[in-house]
Design a binder for this molecule. Structure first.
Ligand code: TYD
Length: 207
């Protein structure tokens, strides 16, 4: 089973990813947790290039190709072998991030961005994707509480960029059955319980 988490920066994904990992491990599953961009050596190197604030001259096209290259490597080196070995793989962000951020946020042709993602991910299509949805005001509110020097090249983007990314996620949600929208303003316990319920049902139905 392959589960991905999506959402705007500061939506609380990383907390939920860890809670789900612990729950599944305690239930006896082998779990592999992956972070995007990154996860394996080559992809981590690409991650450093993408997120480095010094790379301010990077074009949106370059950014899209780098995210996709990083993902193509991660899929073949890590995700597919783990799935074949019976692991539950959880990824903190995956191809929907490129569709939402580079397609809708940066305004690159969404049809092409989707095609490129198909090429990059091949057969590694998520079974379930949790989209933790928070309003832009909440992104700004949470962002104002972190040290500005800790923000990466993408996180320093403007408000209208985030509006478009959120819209992109909502468009994906309308089309994809695997996409589950969760209100990211709820407490972390309530969110975790909701996610647990959905994953348990999926695993039971699959048997
Ligand atoms: P990440 O370090 O995962 O940040 P977060 O903890 O907020 O999820 O991702 C870094 C940034 O990269 C984040 O602003 C989202 C962005 N991103 C894209 O623009 N496209 C992508 O395909 C991915 C995976 C991430």
């Amino acid at each position: 089973m392959f589960i991905t988490f999506e959402g705007l920066d500061f939506c609380g994904k990383s907390t939920q990813v860890k809670l789900l990992q612990t729950f599944l491990k305690e239930s006896g599953f082998n779990v592999s947790l992956i972070r995007e961009p990154g996860g394996v050596k080559i992809s981590e190197k690409i991650r450093d290039i993408i997120l480095d604030r010094k790379n301010s001259e990077m074009f949106f096209e370059t950014e899209l190709l780098l995210f996709s290259a990083s993902r193509a490597q991660l899929v073949r080196e890590e995700i597919i072998p783990k799935l074949k070995n019976g692991y539950i793989v959880i990824s903190d962000r995956f191809h929907d991030s490129s569709i939402a951020y580079q397609g809708f946020g940066r305004g690159l042709n969404p049809t092409f961005v989707k095609q490129l993602q198909k090429f990059a991910i091949g057969e590694a299509i998520p079974d379930l994707t949790f989209f933790l949805d928070i309003p832009i005001e909440e992104v700004l509110n949470r962002k104002s509480k972190v040290n500005k020097d800790d923000l990466d090249r993408i996180e320093i983007s403007k408000t209208d960029f985030y509006e478009n990314v959120r819209l992109g996620y909502k468009k994906i949600a309308e089309k994809e059955e695997r996409f589950i929208t969760i209100d990211g303003l709820m407490t972390k316990e309530i969110i975790h319980n909701e996610i647990k319920k959905i994953v348990k049902k999926y695993l039971k139905d699959k048997k």
